[in-house]
Design a protein around this ligand. Sequence first.
Ligand SMILES: [Fe+2]
Ligand SMILES: [Fe+2]
Length: 500
Amino acid sequence: MSGSKSANRGSSRPPENGTSPRGRYWRLLALSLGSGAVFAVLFYLWGRELFPRAAGRWGGTFPFVGAVALTLAVALFLSEWFGFAGREVRKVRLAARDFFFLCSLALLLFFAAKAVIDLLAEIPAPGQGVPTRVYAYLIPLPAFAMVVRVLINSETSILFTVAASVLSAAAASGSWPALLFLLLSGTAGAARARRVPDRYRMLMAGVQTAPVCAIAAAALEFSFHGGGGVMWAGIFGAVNGLLSGPIALAVMPVAESAFGYASDIRLMELSGTGHPLLSRLMMETPGTFHHSVVVGTLAEAGALAIGANPVLCRVAALYHDIGKLGKAQYFSENQAGAANVHDAMSPGLSCTVILSHVKEGVRMAGEFRLGDRITEIIAQHHGTSLLYCFLDKARPMIQDRKASEEMFRYPGPKPKTREAAIVMLADAAEASVRSLDHPTPREVDETVTGIVNRVYLDGQLNECDLTLRDLHAVGRAISQVLAAIAHGRVDYPETGKGGV
Ligand SMILES: [Fe+2]
Ligand SMILES: [Fe+2]
């Protein structure tokens, strides 16, 4: 277990596994070179405008020479920047998908910046008397930084803000006020997009960013250029902040669809029982549906206790057992007094059916495009834990217990994030307490503590960021909610004959 709490309490990001440091380095270098080349094409298009001195010196050859030089410079910058962060900041171990996403956003921002500055400069009506440089305060970096924070995490949004500020400041002829404004406004936007479970909160994040952008723009304009364009700078800064919410809301669904991300807004949409998977779960496997709802409530309470993402925990818990669809009768929560089908099956066959629900769940999550965060939790919600009941049943037939244990283990992986670990604990605790007959709060507490200890000692939490303090707080929160649920099951006295 990690000894320190993670800096980002909102969303977690699993470390990239299965890639050697050397392999990661070469992949990052290749990605950086590719991205650098794309950026260079853009710079090529505006090369003479952005680098008039170089164009004059190199004449007609500048576009070619300049493009090669810029490719190297941008690639070096990206690989050093993200390479260093990836090594030293655990949550910035970006997958290739994240890198492409960030570069796409940076390119889009560059285009947007050029479009804003060039188009507005051409329009005479509002542009009259407004210095052209002031249009740089409309570059929509706050919106893009908000998108990165919501879809990836806060650490990456800071890195993106710095890298995108440097690259897109070129669109404003590399002026210092523009660069400083971009750095400041991007950070302000990302900082205010902490928890965004709905569109209103995203719009409000933009509204809260607006005064910061307005003051920053006016102050920078005044300090670098005097009082001429201060009012326009302030207005443009405020407009930039106000528009950041709507722009982020427009960009996010496209990014989610193209890159497979799932924002909290998307998660909230998935939590409605109108989703075909939840409808099927409710109709075909009511026991599993009820179990999932209770696990969602427990996981949400556990997440709130330690500052993890409660929306992710609740929604992922709703879907964690969708792999049971189609084979409901094999799972105890759906048997409800009927004969246990496993009595007539060999332990090995029973185990195969039970284990398959994780793989099937991951497949269905992909088919219904639930997004990477839910899919990862489905894959990790049992970790590599052991199916004790079937192992015990098979014990008389087993020669080598240690070797046989592997057959009765879930394939994993173990939980990589705090949210996945919380869902695992809530799932195991709910199943154990459900098997108790009229438990007292003390019995519930002892059962949950036993489950938490067993999961920890089995090494299932070795790969996530849960501290011992977190573990204790999560166990206590789950225990309190389960005790309240158990206490609520009041036995009414049977009415006698003729009773109503
Ligand atoms: Fe499960
Ligand atoms: Fe479950």
